[in-house]
Design a protein around this ligand. Sequence first.
Ligand code: MEV
Length: 311
Amino acid sequence: MKTLKHENKKITVSAPGKLLLLGDHAVVYGNPCLVTAVNYRVFAEVSSFKRDEFIFPDGNKSSFVETALKLFRNTFQIEQKVRVKTWADYKESYGLGSSSAVTVAFVKALAELFSITLSKKELFNLCYDVVLKVQGVGSGFDIAAAIWGGTLYFVTGGKKIKPYTEFIDNLPLVVAYSGSKGNTAELVKKVAQLREEKKDLVNELFAESEWIVNTARDFLIAKSYQSLGLYMNNNHHLLQQFAVSTPKLDELVEAARKAGAYGAKLSGAGGGDCMIAIIPEEKRNDIETALKNAGGTILSVVTNEEGVRIE
Ligand code: MEV
């Protein structure tokens, strides 16, 4: 076991949240998705200390941080105690991936503190392990977005992680929070249950999701947002068939389309959280007003953001 001397080294690392553009849920089952990192960042500060001390924004213990610490210690045979402080520059209930971002920022900060060099893929594997231990389910797309940043084509468990960051600018998106929080683990289990009951139908829908993602990525790269919007609409319809949308999400999606969006869908697990709309910029005000009138909270989001970084 390694024990470091109490150096006065303090490391701060930040990692971005994410928005799932296409492929939600199907990505848990070996299919691809498209994900973009956003400008809502989570921070982790670590230093050596005489005992473990955690300072979390809401005063609660974060199972992601504690599990990550345990796993990191086992993996690298480290017993040094640490002081950990985490915070976010946004409200966690928006569902923009704060758990994955805090896991990535914290593990990267620990690696820096103990001078351990980790490749992006090694960092991914460690953090994905943490997510699976805490949550039991998940594709890992949010961990990849927090590490690589930018906009990624991602296949379950990191089988494929292909950045398209250089081809893409900030996407013309409107993002609205639906006012309630979705429970990812429960919603993933709900789809798993549906798959058990109606395997053929759900596998057909997964195949459709794969086709949507693979076709739409060409439109994303070509900046053909009108066509991308049609695929977002198709993807939302597909997610409705998984029964993970809510009346409020459907209402917001409909409001955005009526006000002139090219396309709109829920983003992520569903059951609440956010919806996204891809838009012609000249309609932004109309679309944002329509979403507010329908009860949504507009989040000012920049996409294609930088991945994990030392501050
Ligand atoms: C949750 O934000 C997105 C899901 O596809 C789960 C996952 O990919 O881990 C529902």
